[in-house]
Write a protein that binds this ligand. Structure first.
Ligand code: GAL
Length: 734
């Protein structure tokens, strides 16, 4: 029967090809969706971009993640990345219909490592785990319930699988063992053989999609990073934040008044601590939980003048909200028929799939906030918990189900709010507690209340596989040491934020470490050109700014490195790269960040192949080895690749603004010559999408006397940017 169906499809395809030409035939096939049976059939992949294949399994669905996020593939950038051949044996990828649901199966090899499958906090390697991908506030276990339950996994064998479904997708990432397995596990006797394993070896990833259809994608890549790049570019390409978004941000206590905010801004200036945007928590509104989205005039008598005043001081405003509409709102009656069947904290849940509902919010948000100069939002409480949000049995007037809404609500709010800024040709950068696949290009960073420092760093590593940004926010700490260690980490993340909404903590609240905290915040500001260029790589090439170590080329286990046994004493490096490395990461191409945690005096750092140098001293640190470091309190351990050029500006209190000319210091590390392409644009608008940007280039080579020499190429008459003037060089190895 299956064979007959597949055969008929092949014949249809040939007819379409002959009559309509190849492209059109494929289109029709895609539109039809692959017909499924109650037995496994091999998937019929169609190329949709170089190195990207898609199959529509079963019925097309009215809503999916890419649609909800509004993601459009970045065709030109994907072309640039080049083509690759199909990375799996196509006949080994199956689909079948089971009780109205879709069941998918993909092969796994021995030694294959899997990454991704949502924003996980405990582990980076995901093989051998089960995930029910479900938007939720992270609850302490990597089981799929998380802020970004992205149904995408990346294999270190050069491919990734993405299920573009807005359902609660369950992924058995190498756990099930089929009796018809082509590579079954060896059977051991538990009584007598030491190799017995309660979870025998599995040679497949199995996926259950609780819907009558789903789009499935395969992304190929020469390296694990290249797979992620394709996924990111296909999903819209990475976000390029406004320059101010990479500066420092503080959030003030909920009931702060305009005067309190003025005082906070003055205190930052007095303490010479960098500040680019300030976050107002729930109390800026007349009512919140549920929200009116209108200003409280007792606390903020003249919001427009206040916003202008802050902008005049170089401070942007970010407004907290959760999207549930208060009965006290003037929009309430109009929104009632356009909202879901259930309320959240007594507020209406707008069905933002209806243009009328989205337009009601747009009108209010533009009038109250965006139109008067507010720069962004923190979109809270869109993730969970179950007993706070609408139940899955909730219905929405657009026909989107309660379950689908749970998976896409955060994504849709990010898309809508950012589009209202885009219409004014202004970039925004904010916070959201829920996201999903399809949100790569949306200018929001995920955060939560979980507050475990180590797990926050693991989440930072994991964010890099799934096209989301994460900040390990700092609130308050039990000790000065913990405060410092957390502040050191957050400065090497996509958003350097203190979230003092409950207690008003300041960067200098722990006097014993105030100097070190200020130093690391200033270092973040000095590294601005490096950071901004790393984000430009996210936009242009799909390379995430923060990267797990497994995205470093050649980092996964390579048997050629191993000499003899893989014991941690004989070959610690080969052993280490085989294990889960979840407490260190790369920022951009050249900087390795190894955070310290309170209570620890030393730590191990795994340095990938190639020579690495200490960021602060320029001294050689190691090559393909596990080093132990004891950095003291002053520094977060940072290492730089051989030959890297790190561009820095002087310590500044605000991210560079249009028209400001800053000198550059380029630091060269190591023994190899190096080059750097440094990105710049106006930092505020979307003109870069039309080519208004500049790449500065720099080289470091040896001169005739064998001394290092730096060459700068600062193009005149740039189309965008023009931030950098005089260049000085620092050869860290000398
Ligand atoms: C929480 C949120 C916090 C803070 C607080 C204000 O849900 O995660 O960051 O904004 O609400 O009530």
């Amino acid at each position: 029967m299956n064979r007959t169906i597949l055969h008929l499809k092949t014949i249809f395809k040939m007819i379409f090809k002959t009559i309509l030409g190849n492209g059109m035939g494929m289109l029709i096939l895609l539109f039809m969706g692959q017909v499924l049976q109650a037995q496994p059939v091999s998937l019929q992949w169609q190329p949709v971009a170089p190195g990207v294949w898609k199959v529509q399994v079963g019925d097309p669905q009215p809503i999916d993640l890419l649609k909800a996020g509004g993601a459009a593939p970045r065709g030109e950038a994907l072309q640039k990345l080049g083509d690759r051949s199909f990375p799996l044996r196509p006949e080994a990828c199956y689909a079948e219909r089971q009780a109205g649901k879709i069941y998918l199966r993909f092969p796994l090899q021995k030694e294959e490592q899997l990454f991704g499958l949502g924003l996980n906090f405990k582990n980076v390697q995901q093989r051998g785990r089960i995930f029910n991908l479900h938007t939720d506030h992270y609850g302490g276990a990597d089981n799929g319930r998380t802020h970004a339950p992205v149904p995408f996994y990346v294999s270190d064998k050069g491919y990734g699988v993405f299920v573009n479904s807005a359902q609660y997708v369950t992924v058995y990432a190498g756990t099930g063992v089929r009796k018809d397995s082509p590579d079954p596990p060896r059977v051991y006797d538990r009584n007598t053989e030491p190799g017995w394993d309660p979870q025998p070896y599995s040679d497949a990833v199995e996926i259950l999609v609780p819907a009558s259809g789903a789009e499935v994608y395969i992304f190929a890549g020469k390296t694990t990073l290249e797979v992620v790049q394709r996924f990111n570019l296909y999903s819209g390409g990475g976000v390029l934040p406004p320059k101010w978004g990479l500066g420092f941000t503080q959030r003030v206590p909920s009931l702060s008044t305009a005067d309190d905010v003025r005082k906070e801004v003055a205190a930052f200036a007095k303490n010479k601590f960098p500040l680019d945007f300030i976050g107002l928590e729930p109390g800026w509104q007349s009512k919140s939980y549920p929200c009116t989205f209108e200003w409280d005039h007792t606390r903020f008598p003249d919001p427009e003048a206040f916003t202008r005043e802050m902008l005049g001081k170089g401070i942007r405003l970010n407004l907290w909200l959760n999207p549930y509409l208060s009965p006290a709102s003037s929009l309430y009656e109009k929104m009632k028929p356009l909202s879901g069947s259930h309320t959240v904290w007594n507020g209406l849940v707008p069905d933002v799939n209806l243009p009328e509902a989205a337009d009601l919010y747009k009108g209010l948000f533009v009038k109250q906030h965006i139109g008067i100069g507010v720069s962004g939002y923190k979109i809270d409480e869109i993730d969970g918990f179950d007993n706070w949000l609408w139940p899955d049995i909730a219905s929405f007037p657009s026909g989107v189900t309660g379950e689908q809404m749970r998976q896409v609500f955060g994504l849709e709010l990010q898309r809508l709010t950012s589009s209202w800024f885009r219409e004014r040709n202004t970039r925004t950068y904010g916070l959201a507690r829920a996201s999903n696949a399809g949100g790569v290009s949306l200018p929001y960073v995920i955060y939560d209340d979980y507050y475990d420092h180590r797990d926050f760093i693991t989440a930072l590593c994991n964010s890099s596989f799934i096209g989301v940004l994460w900040t390990p926010e700092v609130r308050k700490s039990g000790t000065a040491e913990e405060w410092l260690r957390r502040m050191q980490s957050v400065c090497f993340s996509p958003m350097a934020m203190i979230n003092a909404w409950a207690d008003g903590t300041k960067p200098w609240s722990y006097p014993e470490v105030a100097a070190q905290v200020s130093e690391v915040a200033m270092l973040r500001m000095q590294l601005f050109p490096y950071l901004y260029t790393s984000f430009a790589q996210y936009y242009f090439e799909g390379k995430p700014p923060v990267r797990a170590m497994n995205l470093v080329e050649g980092f996964s286990f390579d048997p050629t490195v191993s000499t003899g046994s893989l014991s941690s004493t004989d070959n610690p490096y080969a052993m280490a790269v085989k294990q889960d490395i979840k407490d260190q990461f790369m920022l951009g191409d050249d900087l390795l960040v190894a955070p310290m945690f309170a209570g620890d005096k030393k730590r191990k750092v795994v340095l990938p192949r190639g020579k690495w140098y200490d960021f602060y001293s320029g001294k050689y640190a190691g090559n393909a080895e596990v080093i132990e470091v004891e950095p003291g309190l002053d520094h977060i351990p940072l290492y730089v690749k051989d030959g890297a050029l790190i561009p820095m500006i002087p310590p500044v209190l605000h991210a560079p603004v249009k028209g400001e000319l800053l000198p550059l210091e380029i630091r060269h590390y190591g023994e190899a010559p190096g080059s750097l392409a440094l990105y710049d644009d106006d930092g505020e608008t979307f003109d870069y999408e039309k080519g208004a940007f500049t790449w500065y280039t720099f080289q470091v080579v040896k001169d005739r006397k064998n001394k290092w020499k730096g060459v700068a190429n600062l193009p005149k008459g740039q189309k965008g940017g023009g931030q950098y003037g005089a260049v000085s060089w620092k050869f860290m190895g000398e």
